[in-house]
Design a protein around this ligand. Structure first.
Ligand SMILES: NC(=O)c1ccc[n+]([C@@H]2O[C@H](COP(=O)([O-])OP(=O)(O)OC[C@H]3O[C@@H](n4cnc5c(N)ncnc54)[C@H](O)[C@@H]3O)[C@@H](O)[C@H]2O)c1
Ligand SMILES: [Zn+2]
Length: 372
């Protein structure tokens, strides 16, 4: 099978050399060799959250130490609450104390939180040292580790302080997903569904057919999905790194998702909000005559198969969501930009990849989401 040899996706970036994303079960074993080729360093700082380090840290440490590479671990408490300037400050202080120099490389071993924080540490440490992303969650493999965005959350909002700092290498070993809790797998698969929905109907078909196996982290379908999602995301960010235009298509489902998350103070997981956001944005497109009839029904089915609720979470009142969209009644006549599908597998492009939608149409869709 083609996957056994692994899939290598090259991502181009204006911020440095092209970098490979290698998707292959067991590729972690090749980390020392790949570091020698693509990210040689005097010392390696292995940044990880305590959960992932507890599960996989020893193996990575001994892999590197066993080949004579100098590596030291720097861990922080798992969870989005750690994605802060405080964690960034603590990690950089600890690296300074340990006298890491300019000839160091940061290894980010973990989910998207680790990738974003460690990436930002690397972007700023001594004005920038290389980072190698070793994603261990599905979200990190198919989304966060590709594209070069790094950063932290602030009290004013998520991801508001950060930098573009593309990695030298992304090592996506689907075997990590076997220790990832099932609910976290589902969260990542939502973004895979999004990739299929915006760009690749056969991929969406494949995901839908394989969903039970994917949720169980079966190696073959999982590797195929990670590889295809990475290819799709890489093709988008290689074309439009700075989100000037085309990259916006990755925001499908996310305009409403972000407003829903804010309306419930992030009490709903991001993937669940995106699952619901995709269904509602498809309904919106259908109501506007932009999206083919039946699209939202099919997305509902896929989201249900991920064991993710397809209704608004308790406490997410339509009015509240509207206010977070900046399209509430106070801003009468307010409009919000949405990325809308023309059909599954294709975005509807008018003069731009997103289009303005009047507040009344959005409000109507949100109201149906409460009552159905
Ligand atoms: N930079 C980007 O382009 C980009 C894109 C998407 C998401 N993100 C960011 O990614 C974050 C979400 O990523 P996430 O869902 O991976 O969150 P996360 O890093 O918090 O990981 C989720 C949970 O799974 C655990 N975990 C990770 N891998 C594991 C494994 N193999 N086995 C067992 N447990 C494991 C983690 O410890 C954590 O508790 C958000 O902060 C989001 O903003 C960034
Ligand atoms: Zn997302």
């Amino acid at each position: 099978m083609e996957q056994e040899a692994g899939t290598i996706v090259r991502v181009s970036t204006a911020f440095g050399p092209d970098y490979p994303v290698i998707v292959e079960p067991g590729v972690l074993d090749r980390l020392p060799v790949l570091l020698g080729e693509l990210a040689p360093a005097h010392r390696y700082a292995l940044i990880s959250d305590d959960t992932v380090f507890g599960l996989h840290g020893d193996r990575v440490m001994s892999l590197l130490a066993g080949t004579g590479l100098r590596v030291e671990p720097f861990t922080f408490p798992a969870g989005e609450a750690s994605k802060t300037r405080d964690t960034w400050a603590e990690l950089t202080d600890r690296m300074l104390d340990a006298r890491f120099g300019r000839d160091s490389v940061v290894l980010a071993l973990g989910g998207g939180v680790t990738g974003d924080v460690a990436g930002f540490v690397a972007a700023s440490y001594m004005r920038g040292v290389p980072v190698v992303q070793i994603p261990t969650s599905l979200v990190a493999m198919i989304d966060a580790s590709v594209g070069g965005k790094t950063g932290v959350d602030t009290p004013a909002g998520k991801n508001l302080v950060g930098a573009f700092h593309p990695p030298r290498l992304v090592l996506a070993d689907p075997e990590f997903v076997t220790t990832l809790p099932r609910a976290e797998r589902a969260q990542g698969l939502v973004e895979a569904v999004k990739h299929g929905a915006i760009m690749d109907l056969p991929y969406l078909d494949d995901l839908e057919r394989s969903m039970a196996a994917l949720l169980q982290a079966e190696s073959e379908p999982l590797t195929r999905a990670v590889a295809r999602s990475v290819e799709l995301k890489a093709s988008v960010v290689s074309e439009d790194e700075r989100e000037a235009g085309f990259r916006q298509i990755l925001n499908f489902g996310h305009t409403l998702a972000h407003a829903i998350e804010a309306a419930v103070s992030y009490a709903v997981p991001h993937g669940s909000a995106v699952g619901l956001g995709m269904i509602l944005e498809a309904r919106l497109g259908e109501a506007l005559g932009v999206t083919a009839a039946g699209t939202s029904e099919r997305l509902s089915r896929v989201v249900r198969s991920l064991e993710i609720p397809e209704h608004l979470p308790p406490g997410a009142a339509p009015g509240e969501i509207m206010s977070y969209l900046g399209a509430d009644k106070k801003a009468r006549g307010g409009e919000t930009r949405f990325v809308l599908l023309s059909e599954l597998g294709a975005i509807s492009k008018e003069d731009d990849w997103s289009r303005r939608v009047p507040a009344a149409a959005i409000e109507e869709i949100l109201t149906t989401a409460v009552t159905t």
